[in-house]
Write a protein that binds this ligand. Structure first.
Ligand code: NAG
Length: 194
C-alpha cells in the first residue's frame, strides 16, 4: 500500500515536470573559428576547411568548397557542435571531424563524409566543447597549427603536448575562439584524395 502511494506520487511528479508548452528547441549555434595567439603570425587568423583539414591562412584562391550561394568558403568554414561532435555546416553531405590523440595520431584531426556509422578504434568524435569565453577545445586540449605547403596554409591539429607533432616544424599552439555566424551558408568541403 505504501509502495503504491509512493509510486502514484512519483508518477504525479513526473507528469507535472513534463514540458507543457510547444516550445521549439533552440537552433544549434553555427560558428566560425578564429585563432588567438598574440604577437604571432596566426593571431586573428580564421579557420578554413579544405582537403579534409582545418587550415589557417589558406592562400587566396585556394578555397574549394561548394557552397549553396555559389561561393567557395573563402570567408572561412562554418561549424556546429552536436552531442560533443564537431561538424561542418553542410549542404548535401554530413562532414564531421575525427581526432587521433594516440601515439600514432599525435593529435591529427580531419573531417570526413560521415554516414553516421561507427568509426575505427583510435579515432575519436566526441569531446568538443565551447566554454563561457567562446573557447573551443577537444577534451580540454587547445589546437596547434603547422605550416603545410600541400594544404596551402597552416594545418590544424589538436595539441596533445608536442610542439612538433609528427616532426613538423614551425608550429604554434593557439586558443580557438568560436565566433557566431548569424547568417550561415551551407557548404560541402573538399576531401583529400590520396
Ligand atoms: C564527400 O562529399 C563531398 C561533398 O558532397 C563529395 O564531393 C566527395 O566526393 C565525397 N568524398 C568521398 C570520399 O566520399
Amino acid at each position: 500500500m505504501q509502495f503504491k502511494t509512493a509510486l502514484l506520487s512519483l508518477l504525479a511528479a513526473v507528469a507535472s515536470a513534463a514540458p507543457s508548452g510547444k516550445s521549439c528547441p533552440a537552433p544549434v549555434r553555427k560558428f566560425g573559428i578564429m585563432a588567438l595567439r598574440s604577437a604571432s603570425d596566426i593571431h586573428f587568423a580564421r579557420v578554413s576547411a579544405t582537403q579534409s583539414h582545418m587550415v589557417l591562412h589558406l592562400e587566396e584562391g585556394k578555397a574549394d568548397a561548394q557552397c549553396e550561394d555559389g561561393s567557395s568558403g573563402e570567408d572561412g568554414a562554418i561549424f556546429y557542435i552536436k552531442n560533443e561532435e564537431l561538424f561542418l555546416y553542410g549542404k548535401d553531405t554530413k562532414q564531421q571531424f575525427f581526432v587521433d590523440r594516440s601515439g600514432m595520431g599525435l593529435g591529427v584531426m580531419q573531417y570526413f563524409n560521415s554516414t553516421g556509422g561507427p568509426i575505427g578504434g583510435r579515432l575519436e568524435l566526441k569531446g568538443w566543447a565551447i566554454d563561457e569565453n567562446d573557447k573551443l577545445t577537444f577534451n580540454g586540449h587547445d589546437l596547434i597549427a603547422c605550416p603545410n605547403s600541400v594544404l596551402n596554409g597552416w594545418s590544424v591539429w589538436v595539441y596533445v603536448g608536442s610542439d612538433k607533432p609528427a616532426g613538423q616544424e614551425g608550429c604554434l599552439g593557439f586558443s580557438a575562439r568560436a565566433v557566431t555566424v548569424t547568417d550561415p551558408v551551407k557548404c560541402d568541403y573538399s576531401i583529400y584524395t590520396y
